[in-house]
Design a protein around this ligand. Structure first.
Ligand SMILES: [Zn+2]
Length: 110
């Protein structure tokens, strides 16, 4: 089925499995310390470089701005074999530090 919504960066389909990644800024940037996203499996490093390029590169201006503020932005954690529903579930908890090994000495059990 054709969709009029297309994305040059990462075409996605509901229920498609991929990788959910958690980017940690290593410190607070305004109210944010983390960015959670979804990509096709194995593409998280490419997505991170897109984020560092900001919207122009198909990434997130938040991540770009945090990096430009001098924060050590990096991928702290990934979950493979997950759909975008999982990404949404984590975002909805609004408690990313709990899932972040950099901000939380212990990994939560899944
Ligand atoms: Zn963190």
């Amino acid at each position: 089925m054709a969709s009029k919504f297309t994305s040059a960066a990462t075409p996605t389909y509901p229920g498609q499995e991929g990788t959910v990644y958690l980017i940690c800024f290593g410190g607070a940037f305004h109210h944010a310390r983390h960015y959670i996203g979804w990509c096709k499996e194995g593409e998280e490093e490419r997505r991170l470089s897109q984020h560092l390029g900001g919207k122009k590169s198909g990434g997130s201006n938040l991540v770009k701005a945090a990096a430009e503020a001098g924060l050590p932005v990096r991928i702290a954690r990934t979950w493979t074999g997950k759909s975008r529903n999982f990404e949404r579930a984590i975002k909805n908890q609004r408690n990313a530090p709990r899932f972040c090994p950099c901000c939380n000495g212990e990994l939560p059990s899944e």
